[in-house]
Design a protein around this ligand. Structure first.
Ligand code: IPD
Ligand code: CA
Length: 252
């Protein structure tokens, strides 16, 4: 019998996570270094490992990842993979990064797994079945704006940094605290588990958010994704516990 999609996703996330843990803090081979971004050889190796596990178990599926596209692109099933989310943190030996794996069926999100190998925390969700952290059900917080701890994403170019700074200025005075952690997928997982209350970023890619998006929906929160106003082909996102309305604050 074929392995269930969720079991395969978890196996792939844990295998890639183990690879990242083993190499954490070592001298890393850099493929490209930009002003506000770094590409590692390990990004590619992690995606290769994930691809091998996912497509060996489900060879008829498509895969869309930060490091490239593979599999049968006509498939109704598409895996969406970020092999290291938080690559800059990883390169600087900051232990806050993850592996993110989502699965869509005919464009609908059906599964998401986010794995933090340093804390050994595995967040998972399947459509209609709720969200879990290490096997225990999780839920978004009920905090409102004044009590909220929110996070803002800053992406890789000036327009997105400017947009993030503008959000920081608009939002910081209204909430308890504002944080910038450097992994979008973990930010979403933290909202799903009630640690953070909301997240906003003007330039994000689908592989950063595919898994965490379903985690939040299944944990009772709210995610709004639209085309990025600062970079064509990317998205803008506001995610929250459903109580905090960052859109209203950032328009104010
Ligand atoms: C980045 C992180 C970061 C977000 C950026 C992403 P990467 O992904 O998720 O938190 O603000 O927009 O590009 O490059 O580390 O995979
Ligand atoms: Ca990423």
């Amino acid at each position: 019998m074929a392995e269930s999609f969720i079991d395969t996703a978890i196996r792939a996330a844990r295998a890639a996570g183990a690879l990242l843990r083993e190499n954490f803090g070592t001298e890393l081979s850099v493929d490209a270094m930009h002003d506000h971004d770094i590409k590692l050889e390990l990004d590619v190796r992690s995606q290769e490992l994930i691809t091998q596990i996912l497509l060996e178990a489900h060879p008829e599926h498509a895969l869309f990842g930060e490091e490239g596209v593979t599999g049968d692109q006509d498939s109704a099933y598409q895996w969406i993979v970020d092999p290291i989310d938080g690559t800059v943190n990883y390169f600087y030996s900051i232990p806050h990064f993850c592996v993110s794996i989502g699965l869509q069926h005919q464009g609908q999100r059906i599964l998401g797994v986010v794995y933090d190998p340093m804390l050994d925390e595995l967040f998972q969700a399947q459509r209609g079945q709720g969200a879990l952290r290490n096997g225990v059900p999780i839920h978004v917080s009920r905090r409102s704006l004044g009590d909220a701890v929110i996070t803002i994403g800053f992406s890789k170019d000036k327009a997105s940094i400017d947009a993030g700074l503008e959000h920081y200025r608009q939002i910081a005075y209204s909430v308890r605290k504002t944080r910038v952690f450097g992994s979008a997928a973990l930010a979403l997982a933290y909202i799903a588990s009630g640690r953070l209350d909301a997240y906003i970023e003007e330039q994000i890619s689908i592989w950063d958010i595919a898994a965490g998006w379903l985690l939040i929906e299944e944990a009772g929160g709210m995610v709004e994704v639209r085309d990025s106003p600062v970079k064509p082909g990317t998205q803008a996102i506001i995610a929250s516990n459903g109580v905090v309305d960052l859109a209203a604050v950032s328009r104010a």
